[in-house]
Design a protein. Structure first.
Length: 410
């Protein structure tokens, strides 16, 4: 089992992220503690937020008062909902959150069920829950639970969590079959909004695709041609027309896939996890190699495009957990190619970059204790563009209550 802890400042964002999964039918609430429910026993955002408000109101010093935990058993660990709930409850008890309000969500949006837990890092008196040696304690708790429930150890799980597919190996032979298998799997499982994003996805598996146009009997046609790549990124061997592989990886199938995802983008917030992980890694002021390594550890591939002068002019992120592909510009200007060129070449001051990202996306997904500015805003944003008026209203309400409480004390 793999356990990951994130400290952030947006209760609203963390709850919204999980509630969106529930609304989509890809998540369920397995258990809650000290959470107000409706008469029929169901959950809604207003009551959940109200359950946490006294704790956030009492908080005076903790910059990142929200904790978001994910517990990820291996797919081979066949666990019932009751077992998943018990594991999560025992984890919270041992970590020091046994008396805190929290919600346990079971996510089923990928090929394995996993747990998300939302709570707050301050008690009813505003005192911060002890987070000393938190990662070490979490690892010890995880190992205890692995033994108790006979779970696959995290180290073995990490070793199996490389790329979902095996890249094309020209020396292995039957290149057409290898290319076909990769193209069909990626077209079926991943989401992208352009042929360039699809090509970037293929590239990490040593495959590329090109669009071809022509005329047959005075009729214009569009098609796709796939090619294997060698270790240096050059085309190797003969190309394959999509028609030789199958209609499900052809031009029309690609256009339908792109159109479908563009529509779903208008209805769902899909950038959340990717944006959180990338933002957190950038704040560490890493080298390019460190940045790529940290993203890979979180199940995200990144491809940079450079010109002859080694200047980065394009960047694409591939989140293998969410099965999504994004050009950096889709996440926001602070994730543009120019931003990464400056990041890796010392073009920006770290504090300026961090301040910029705090405005866009505060908090982190996998890395605890990032800097914070406001009391509530950021970890999993409801919308990627424009203002979220529900969250603004919540933030303003919190500020008014705090001001009133301070005035009463005087």
């Amino acid at each position: 089992m793999v356990a990951k802890i994130s400290a952030g400042k947006s209760l609203f964002g963390a709850l919204t992220y999980n509630q969106a999964k529930v609304d989509e039918g890809t998540a369920d609430v397995l258990f809650s503690q000290n959470i107000i429910r409706t008469v029929d026993g169901s959950y809604n955002m207003a009551l959940c937020i109200r359950s946490f408000e006294p704790y956030l109101m009492a908080n005076n010093k903790t910059a990142n008062p929200v904790i978001h935990i994910s517990l990820n058993p291996h797919p081979d660990d066949a666990l019932t909902d009751e077992q998943l709930s018990n594991i999560a409850q025992e984890y919270m008890e041992k970590l020091g959150y046994g008396k805190q309000p929290y919600l346990i969500y079971k996510h089923m949006d990928i090929d394995r069920s996993h747990i998300h837990i939302v709570s707050v890092r301050v008690d009813e008196n505003g005192k911060k829950i002890n987070d000393s040696f938190e990662k070490k304690r979490s690892d010890n708790i995880r190992r205890e639970l692995e033994q108790k429930y006979n779970l696959l150890p995290a180290q073995k799980q990490k070793q199996s969590n490389n790329l979902p597919l095996k890249p094309v190996d020209i020396k292995a032979g039957d290149v057409k079959k290898q290319v076909s298998g990769i193209a069909k799997s990626l077209m079926k499982d991943y989401h992208f909004q352009s042929i360039n994003e699809y090509r970037a996805l293929l590239n990490i598996y040593n495959v590329t695709v090109e669009e071809v146009k022509g005329e047959v009997r005075d009729k214009a046609y569009n098609g796709l041609v796939y090619s294997a790549l060698d270790r240096k990124g050059g085309k190797a061997g003969n190309p394959f027309k999509a028609s030789l592989i199958g209609r499900d990886v052809g031009y029309n199938a690609l256009q339908e896939k792109i159109a479908s995802f563009k529509q779903s983008m208008k209805e769902k917030a899909v950038y959340g996890r990717t944006k959180a992980v990338v933002s957190s890694c950038m704040k560490r002021n890493p080298s390019r190699k460190q940045f790529e390594k940290e993203l890979a550890g979180n199940g995200i591939s990144v491809l940079f495009r450079e010109n002859d002068d080694k200047r980065i002019y394009g960047v694409t992120f591939i989140d293998h957990q969410e099965k999504t592909v994004f050009n950096g510009s889709r996440l926001g200007k602070e994730f543009s190619a120019n931003a990464f060129h400056n990041l890796f070449n010392g073009g920006n001051r770290r504090e300026d970059r961090s301040a910029s990202m705090d405005k866009s996306f505060a908090g982190s997904y996998n890395y605890p204790q990032e800097s914070a500015a406001e009391a509530v805003a950021g970890i999993f944003p409801m919308e990627q563009h424009g203002d979220n008026y529900e969250e603004i209203a919540f933030t303003n309400r919190m500020k008014r209550k705090k001001k009133k409480r301070k005035g009463y004390g005087l």
